[in-house]
Design a binder for this molecule. Structure first.
Ligand code: C5P
Length: 240
C-alpha cells in the first residue's frame, strides 16, 4: 500500500460522551484521517458520532461487529451503506452465508442508489483472546493462527474485502489470501505504552512492516494527557 503511514492509522473512539468525542476529533483532525466508532460510542451517541466525523471531511470505520442471522445482518448492512462510512465489519464466526448476505446487501444497495461501497471486513479472533482461551473456553481445536486463517478464508469466499486480525497473523493471511485482501490490525502498543488487556500486541512500525493495510490505535492516543502529541509521536517514529 503506497498511502502514507499517517493516513493508515485509525483512532478508536472508545468512549460514551459526545462532548469528549468531539473535542478529541477536533484535536486530532489535522493529523488523523480515520476514526473508529465502536459499540460503546454508537450505543451512547448513535449517528451523531458519525456525523461529527463526516462534517470535518474525515472517514469513519463503523466497528459494530455484526453477528446475527443472515437476514438481520443484511438489513443492518444495507442501512450502514446509507451512512456513508468508509468501512464496517461483521464477525467471520457468523458463517459464510451471513457474510455473503452482508456483502450482497451492500453491493445491491450501492448500485441501486449510486452510493459509495464501504470496505467490508470480517473480524477473525479478537486480539484480547489468548490461544488458551480460544481452545479451552471456545473449544476450537485448531491453533490460533490456523483458526484466524480459516476465518479469513471464509471471509474471502464470501466476497468481503479483508479482515480485522492481530499483527501476528498478517503474514500468513497475506500469503494465503493475497496482498489485495486487506488486513486491519488492532492490538497496537508503542514501546512507551503498557499492554493492558490486549494480549497479542505489536508496535506500530512492526505491524506495517508485517503488511498491515491499516492499524487501529485506541488508548495509547485517546487516554493520553495530550492525544495530539501522542499521535504525532507515533507518526514521527513511523516516518523515521
Ligand atoms: O485501546 P486499544 O488500542 O486496545 O483499542 C483497540 C480497539 O480495537 C478497540 O476499539 C477494540 O474494540 C478494537 N478491536 C480489537 N480486536 C479486534 C477487533 C477490534 O481490539 N479483533
Amino acid at each position: 500500500m503506497n498511502t502514507p503511514f499517517r493516513d493508515r492509522i485509525i483512532v478508536a473512539l472508545d468512549m460514551n460522551d459526545i462532548v469528549i468525542c468531539r473535542r478529541l476529533i477536533d484535536a486530532l483532525k489535522d493529523t488523523i484521517k480515520i476514526f473508529k466508532v465502536g459499540s460503546e460510542l454508537f450505543t451512547a451517541c448513535g449517528q451523531e458520532a458519525i456525523t461529527i466525523i463526516h462534517e470535518r471531511g474525515l472517514q469513519c470505520f463503523l466497528d459494530l461487529k455484526f453477528h446475527d442471522i443472515p437476514n438481520t445482518v443484511a438489513n443492518a448492512s444495507q442501512i450502514v451503506c446509507h451512512r456513508g462510512v468508509f468501512m464496517f465489519n461483521v464477525h467471520a464466526s457468523g458463517g459464510v452465508l451471513m457474510m455473503k448476505a452482508a456483502r450482497d446487501a451492500v453491493w445491491g444497495e450501492a448500485e441501486k442508489r449510486g452510493l459509495e461501497k464501504p470496505i467490508i471486513l470480517a473480524v477473525t479472533v479478537l486480539t484480547s483472546l489468548s490461544a488458551d482461551e480460544l481452545q479451552q473456553q471456545l473449544g476450537v481445536s485448531r491453533t490460533l493462527a490456523d483458526h484466524v486463517v480459516h476465518l479469513a478464508q471464509m471471509a474471502k469466499e464470501a466476497g468481503l474485502d479483508g479482515v480485522v486480525a492481530s499483527a501476528k497473523e498478517i503474514k500468513l493471511i497475506k500469503e494465503k489470501l493475497g496482498d489485495d485482501f486487506k488486513v486491519v490490525t488492532p492490538g497496537i502498543r508503542p514501546h512507551w505504552y503498557s499492554h493492558q488487556d490486549q494480549t497479542r500486541v505489536v508496535e506500530p512500525r512492526e505491524a506495517f512492516e508485517l503488511g498491515a493495510d491499516y492499524i487501529v490505535i485506541g488508548r495509547p492516543i485517546t487516554a493520553s494527557a495530550n492525544p495530539l502529541e501522542s499521535a504525532e509521536k507515533i507518526i514521527k517514529e513511523l516516518e523515521k
